[in-house]
Design a protein around this ligand. Sequence first.
Ligand code: 0WD
Length: 254
Amino acid sequence: MIMNGKKGVILGVANNKSIAYGIAKACAAQGAKIAFTYLNDSLKKRVEPIAAEFDSEDLVYPCDVSNPDEIKALKVSLEKDLGQIDFIVHSIAFAPKEGLSGRFYDITKSAFDVAMDVSVYSLIEVTRELKPLMSENSSILTLTYYGGAKYIPNYNLMGIAKAALEMTTKYLAEDLGKDGIRVNAISAGPIKTLAAAGISDFRFMLKWNEAHSPLKKNVTTDEVGNSGMYLLSDLSSAVTGEIHYVDCGFNVMG
Ligand code: 0WD
């Protein structure tokens, strides 16, 4: 049981199709104790039964990452209920629909600001607020996508956000290394989740990846979950600042 004795918080479970759910499943199977957060009351109803699946019904907290007070309140709750933590999963992204199709240069400043705030700055703010709780051998994981490294049709504004998120991962890794905290990102292949439903022609992306990846298949949430568990565990104790592709090899194709 690789995660025995480890405690952490997972932000970004929306339902049992979420990538964060796959990560929770893999960590719980290896003995981790997990706290969960939800964005709003309608997602609370979905997240509570999921937390119960992992014996975490008493560890479910609100946290809209665009509201600094909710992040501060999360810190207080986690300190009271878990004390120290060993890992954080940031599996959150949002861009207004207008930023996920059409001409790229039509992106508005307000859409840009929202996407960067929720999808990028939140990683910095969550890290800073929860850092006092983090043990000196802990791990932070975020989720990115290939559209942050290369052009992907319709990914538009989220591509810009993911590029910034990937660099944020590297700068945080350098800054927190001296405190014994590792920071990594998984670049997952496309998976049909709620967030993915916002991207135009997503079904085409799935078919394209399946046909053109070395493994000739699409990745599953369980597969991303297992790789996430590795990055959160001591098995990856010398890995930080890494953008780890879990995409059936798609990114190596020319
Ligand atoms: O193909 C995919 N699905 C990929 C997703 C490929 C590669 C990366 N990713 C990334 C996403 O960009 C995101 O960063 O993985 C992360 C998780 O996404 P997901 O698992 O695909 O999507 P989902 O199950 O929808 O979880 C994302 C959740 C939100 O769900 P909804 O559908 O309600 O937007 O992020 C949360 C919310 O629960 N979220 C927030 N949480 C706190 N505060 C906020 C917010 N302001 N906004 C969104």
